[in-house]
Ligand binder design. Structure first.
Ligand code: GLU
Length: 300
């Protein structure tokens, strides 16, 4: 059997239908995996039920199918992994790397410094030894005063000092909801992901994933971030900014547009070809160096 060393993934949250920005991310991660003879996995990030839209998961999978993406295993649903996240946290609690925090947003409102990573938690509860089994508390991971540095395939070297910029990080939210950071970190390792391809909006978050991987002693994948697609007002396409679901009519045109936005030099004749031919051209000619190194791309 052929050794498959590259494993990539697309990890949509079912908080809305698949919009054009997500299609571009899916396309980049798919092509990067397939061009490298790798596997491409799907993960449905459904751990935040209040933000989910009923039917969104089915719609996302249906749209990906119509665009003829081929995933190599059944999708992994994060909602089936809650026990695993909990057990990782319990270990960190035992090592005193994670502590309970009773601060509300209101408590912190006056006390907060802001950085590129968000608001800094000043460590109010770090030594209070509050009950970590009390579900009304958030759980925070202690951070260290050191730079976390990594090499992004598009944007080059990125460094953040988590302790100075955001302080101790929430890894479990009250009422038993694992944080995005925890679930992504644990599952990228569980699925054996070798390279994470995702939008620029998560670039500054990546040192958190790296730090968490170090604390849990998990392998650290490589990272390739791509520009995000924005509307004419410069806002990221999302449910909140009213992005439309990707149209499954004119699929070839939409896929060609995604390839163009990713800087690929698509030959004119491909425009009238069926999806299958477009994929086979794109897998063969995918060139990661052509991805624009800008933060965002205006949707045309
Ligand atoms: N689930 C996240 C989203 O839909 C993406 C997470 C990731 O790619 O790491 O924005």
């Amino acid at each position: 059997m052929k050794q498959q060393s590259y494993v990539g993934r697309f990890a949509p949250s079912p908080s809305g239908l698949l919009h054009y920005g997500s299609l571009v991310t899916a396309t980049a991660s798919y092509l990067q995996a397939k061009h490298n003879d790798g596997q491409w996995l799907l993960r449905i990030e459904d751990i935040d039920p209040p933000r989910e839209i009923s039917g969104a998961t089915d719609d996302i999978l249906f749209t990906l199918e119509r665009f003829e993406f081929e995933w190599d295993q059944a999708p992994l649903y994060q909602s089936t992994r809650l026990e695993q996240y909990r057990s990782v946290i319990n270990n960190l609690v035992r090592l005193d790397q994670v502590y309970a925090c009773s601060c509300s947003r209101k408590d912190l409102a006056n006390d907060i410094q802001k950085s590129e990573l968000g608001k800094r938690y000043p460590g109010t509860c770090a030594n209070k030894k509050l009950d970590t089994t009390d579900a009304s508390f958030n759980l925070r991971l202690r951070t260290e005063n050191k730079n976390i540095t990594f090499q992004d395939a598009t944007y080059g070297e990125i460094a953040h000092n988590l302790f100075k910029e955001i302080g101790d990080i929430i890894v479990y939210r009250k009422f038993d909801i694992p944080s995005y950071a925890l679930a992504v970190t644990v599952d990228d390792a569980y699925q054996g992901i070798t390279e994470v391809v995702r939008g620029f909006d998560l670039l500054a978050f990546t040192p958190v994933q790296i730090y968490l991987s170090q604390q849990i002693q998990l392998p650290i994948p490589r990272f390739l971030h791509i520009p995000i697609i924005v509307n004419e007002r410069g806002q990221k396409l999302s449910k909140q900014t009213g992005a439309a679901a990707v149209a499954i009519r004119n699929r070839s045109t939409v896929l060609i547009q995604a390839l163009n936005d990713l800087g690929q030099l698509v030959p004119k004749k491909l425009e009238s070809e069926p999806i299958k031919q477009i994929w086979s051209w794109a897998i063969k000619h995918w060139n990661v160096d052509n991805i624009p190194k800008t933060k965002q791309i205006y949707m045309s």
